[in-house]
Design a protein around this ligand. Sequence first.
Ligand code: FES
Length: 302
Amino acid sequence: MRPFSALDRIAEWSWLDKPASALRDAVFAVLRNRRFRDVLHGVWLGHPVHPMLVQAPVGAFLSAGVLDASPERGAGERRAAESLIGLGVVTSLPATLAGAADFAQGHEEQQRTGLVHAATNGAALTSYVLSLRWRAGGRDRAGVLAGWTGLALIAAGGLLGGHLSYHQSTGVNHADAVPHVAPEDWTDLGALSELRDRVPSRRMVGEVPVVVVRDGTELHVLADRCSHASGPLSDGTLSWRAGSSGNAPCLQCPWHGSVFRLSDGGVEHGPATAPQPTFHTRVVGGRVQARVRRIPGVPAGG
Ligand code: FES
């Protein structure tokens, strides 16, 4: 048995669904503002921010652990370790908020693992708060032990976070393969007359499902599987938004509500952070043809 295959089991623990759903509701109650959730997801960065934000507390806690283990440990090291633990606790707040926003938009199995990840990190934070308290009360040995316990829990939480990303594909770009697997040549998508105005239709470009939208004389073709978690955009809803690029026609994913611009696949609203791959289009003899853009969001000439 692989050493960490037990982690796969967590996704099967359906008894976690009730607390996970309570936590999800609590997250949505606290993070009501969609623009704020977009900031926490990392829409502004084009990348999830949670992995970046966790570096500060993890670095601070690890450094405090090294100082506590120093054989030369004196008053200076003790004060520095306390400051680092305080810094770790404070910088855990934005990391936790970003993680909570991502957690709330995961599917059931991801939320089961996410709940254990959150509980482990919560226990680590509790250990560090106790550590600070005991150190301040003169119980140095207990404070150091609580710090090391917190560090062990942080390591376990990090392992679970990695599992969420690398095994359960949380926060990864689910549409990344499209420019690599779609055919390089123009592909026929059927007669233009078959496309109803402003009604998303699903077609295939080779093995890649795409969504086609006819908007008057404009034609838009995007990868159908949402970059957030593979939701079918062809079942989504069209809207026109006054966004960063003016009054842009957009398509909203039916699963978690990510909103993509039809013009370039850019993200107007998360939880998706990666742009949706788009296709060049042309009409030849009354038939629609599409060809993938190799770099999403960057036109490469028709
Ligand atoms: S699959 Fe989650 S927003 Fe599309």
